[in-house]
Ligand binder design. Structure first.
Ligand code: ADP
Ligand code: F6P
Length: 341
């Protein structure tokens, strides 16, 4: 009886998915390396399932401007290796209003878009949720270099960003050593310290400043640390600063004044968001893009694709947005032990 019911439910789901004839795809919020690989996977998986695909350019801003293009298999040729997003991306204040969301849903209907795959971060998923509530099936895919999406262990772009930042920091370290300087290197991450923590470990930094582990007296602790390491003969001092902590240039001035050690600040900046995606980013992007279309074909709606505990899974968007996550405590403790000398 239960098995029959489950079978019937599956058939109903399949019918719901069959109603989707055209899938829209958009990238929203900050771009991330690997977004093109997702777009490619969405387009090609949709076509393989007999769906049409429309690209919505410039995120929700482009949706409201009806900046919508037809996509075929050729429109995504030669992009898997490219950084950025061929669909462009934007932030759009109007879409955060109920009027903007009504307009967006009406434009989807006007263009025959039955479902939208949204590639972005938490803000973009809020938008996806609002579209779903207005009758447009939506699936979100985590695309951000910040790794700050709670429901998933992996976000597209993080792997490329940390490798880019790591290489940049290695270069700063060379000159820092030559000049026997202190270097504060600021990496991105908005309010999250994942990029800082990974690079801090990978680059053997003396200090790592993380928003999640903010200490009131952190500058004094660093100053003491620099003095102590210098007395032990250490020639340079590398500090990785997560951007959420504060102004690296001002911090450099204060540290130089307090320690007498020449100090320079380097902001790695937007190079972390660009460049050709790593193999890992390309492969996970491809899997997540394909999974989003598979979910739509199964009649699923208002879901986020995630990678959790070694598996590709999906969550209800509300449920996913209510989740929280933190840096791995073991990594934080270990990073401190490894920088002791
Ligand atoms: P991210 O997706 O990387 O977190 P943002 O927070 O900048 O980036 O959000 C991207 C876009 O998503 C915003 O510019 C806006 O158009 C849309 N958005 C953000 N929050 C909401 C919301 N609460 N409701 C509807 N749309 C939203
Ligand atoms: O979310 C990605 C990110 O690069 C953050 O790390 C950073 O805080 C922010 O976007 C920068 O945004 P913008 O490109 O608007 O300067």
């Amino acid at each position: 009886m239960a098995a029959k019911k489950a079978e019937q439910a599956k058939m109903t789901e399949k019918k719901a998915g069959d109603n989707i004839k055209t899938i829209g795809v958009l990238t929203s919020g900050g771009d991330a390396p690997g977004m093109n690989a997702v777009i490619r996977a969405v387009v090609r998986t949709a076509l393989a399932n007999g769906k049409k695909v429309k690209g919505i350019r410039r995120g929700y801003a482009g949706l409201l401007d009806e900046d919508i293009i037809d996509m075929d298999a050729k429109s995504v040729a030669d992009i898997i290796q490219r950084g950025g997003t061929i669909l462009y991306t934007a932030r759009c204040a109007e879409f955060t209003t109920p009027e903007g969301q009504d307009k967006g849903a009406a434009i989807c209907k006007k263009h025959g878009i039955d479902a939208v795959v949204v590639i972005g971060g938490d803000g973009s998923f809020q938008g996806a949720r609002k579209l779903a509530a207005r009758g447009v099936n939506t699936i979100g895919i985590p695309g951000t270099i910040d790794l700050d999406i709670a429901c998933t262990d992996y976000t597209i772009g993080f792997d490329t960003a940390i490798n880019t930042a790591m290489e940049a920091i290695d270069k700063v370290r060379d000159t820092s050593t030559s000049h026997e300087r202190c270097s504060i290197i600021e990496v991105m991450g908005r309010h999250a310290g994942y990029i800082a923590l990974w690079c801090g470990i990978a680059n053997g930094a003396e200090d790592i400043l993380l928003p999640e582990r903010y200490e009131e007296n952190f500058e004094q602790r660093i100053i003491d640390n620099i003095k102590e390491k210098r007395s032990l003969g250490k020639k340079h001092h590398i500090i990785i600063n997560a951007e959420g902590i504060g102004d690296s240039y001002e911090m450099a001035k204060r540290i130089e004044r307090a320690t007498g050690m020449e100090t320079r600040a380097t902001i790695v900046g937007h190079i972390q968001r660009g460049g050709s995606p790593t193999c890992r980013d390309r492969v996970y992007a491809s899997m997540m893009g394909a999974k989003a279309v598979d979910l739509l074909c199964e009649g699923k709606n208002n879901r986020l694709v995630a990678y959790k505990d070694g598996k590709l899974v999906d969550y209800d968007i509300e449920e996913a947005l209510a989740m929280t996550k933190d840096l791995d405590d073991y990594m934080v403790t270990m990073s401190k032990k490894l920088s002791r000398k």
